[in-house]
Design a protein around this ligand. Structure first.
Ligand SMILES: C[S@@+](CC[C@H](N)C(=O)[O-])C[C@H]1O[C@@H](n2cnc3c(N)ncnc32)[C@H](O)[C@@H]1O
Length: 293
């Protein structure tokens, strides 16, 4: 799939059934934790750049996210506390402080990612609270604490129970609080990784699709020093249709305020694909929803 490349060029790729029960959801999340503990090396290598970036007062929020959040007014006015689910190395979490958020909390399943996030926070002197856990186990002490739950940019594909995820989002939000999701459009999964023109990849489908693989695309984490691909942890992804994401938030009781499909992307998958071809498909989507007062 996208973070890995699809099966076309990956010997370790396997088509999977969607996780059928909670045990399987947890098994896949645990496998993904091991994979991200390995992949976090790329974030550690990037620490100097991330430190300079934040120290110069810049924010890594994507313009689509900023545009969506500005609909609710300036963040400094309404967002006292933000919880970032799947915060990885913390660059985006700390960027929320640059954007005017009062305090930030990052949650991630990978110990190595949280360690990198703590280090970044320490280096730039931007305090934050970090929790290392499965997003589904986000501690109840955070319930009702968030003006904003922020997530995305390569997040939802790692979650194998979307209903449980949406319930966590709902319980974290204060009444009137907003969740912001900006993520890869599931349509991208269908596109051939290798081709310079838009072609469907073989073996993939839009509905109920899951797969597993080893190895990371060069466009994301790339090679990991000292661990060749066959020795890396197998990681599991799930494609959620845009409708499934929106419906999960509605089912959790949230009110949809913003829904968009975008040509813009937050990274550069499909290394051979011409820009004119990229511009023909939805590369990302975004949703903002609010908890009732
Ligand atoms: C592709 S990164 C995206 C994060 C961020 N947007 C970025 O650009 O770095 C996905 C993150 O999700 C985390 N993750 C995966 N499954 C998770 C789960 N079940 N609970 C919490 N975090 C999870 C991984 O450890 C990883 O840091």
């Amino acid at each position: 799939m996208l973070s890995t490349m699809n099966g076309e060029n990956n010997d370790e790729w396997r088509l999977e059934r969607p996780a059928g029960d909670e045990n399987e959801v947890r098994r896949r999340h645990t496998a993904n934790r091991s994979a991200f503990n390995e992949g976090a090396a790329a974030y550690v290598d990037d620490l100097d750049r991330a430190t300079d970036f934040l120290a110069s007062g810049r924010s890594n929020l994507h313009r689509v996210e900023r545009r969506n959040l500005e609909r609710f007014g300036p963040l400094s006015r309404w967002c006292h506390t933000a919880v970032h689910l799947q915060c990885a190395g913390g660059l985006d979490t700390l960027s929320l402080l640059v954007e005017g958020v009062g305090s930030v909390i990052g949650v991630d399943i990978s110990e190595a990612m949280i360690e990198a996030a703590r280090e970044l926070s320490h280096r730039v002197g931007m305090p934050a609270r970090w929790y290392c856990c499965d997003v589904l186990d986000t501690p109840h002490e955070l319930d009702g604490s968030a003006d904003l739950v922020y997530t995305g940019r390569g997040a939802l594909t790692w979650i194998h129970d979307l209903g449980a995820w949406a319930a966590v989002v709902e319980r974290l939000l204060l009444p009137g609080g907003v969740v912001s999701v900006y993520d890869s459009h599931p349509f991208q999964t269908l596109v051939s990784w290798e081709s310079s023109t838009l072609e469907f990849a073989s073996g993939v489908h839009y509905f109920g699709y899951a797969d597993s693989a080893k190895g990371w695309s060069d466009e994301y984490i790339g090679e990991i020093d000292g661990i060749n691909v066959s020795q890396q942890s197998r990681k599991y992804e799930r494609v959620w249709s845009v409708a499934e994401v929106v419906q999960s938030l509605i089912d959790a009781g949230l009110l949809i305020d913003v829904f968009g499909e975008h040509v813009e992307d937050f990274w550069r998958p499909f290394p051979s694909l011409a820009d004119s071809e990229r511009a023909r498909i939805p590369n990302t989507f975004s949703v903002c929803a609010r908890k009732k007062r």
